[in-house]
Write a protein of this length. Structure first.
Length: 85
């Protein structure tokens, strides 16, 4: 439980301050709103809350496999997507 909280905090802090994590910076990825615009803090918060679903491997993978854009649950709910720069 503590580890899950710390991992969530890592993502939330980096994504709110830099709009991406060190991994996204390294691989030249960016989170954008589905409409192509900049994401807001509420979208980031929603996206990261749903990271808990991804921790349960089977449901998270199934949901990614069966949606046409291959988005995580958090991206679907927050209306965001990760794109290359």
């Amino acid at each position: 439980m503590v580890i899950s909280f710390l991992i969530g905090l890592y993502f939330l802090i980096f994504e709110i301050t830099l709009n991406r994590t060190p991994g996204k910076i390294l691989f030249r990825l960016r989170i954008i709103s589905m409409n192509g615009g900049k994401i807001n803090n509420l979208q980031l918060f929603i996206r990261n809350i749903f990271r808990l679903v991804d921790q349960f491997l089977f449901p998270g993978v199934l949901l990614i496999m069966f949606n046409k854009d291959r988005l995580r649950v958090g991206d679907l709910v927050a209306k965001t997507k990760v794109v290359e720069e």
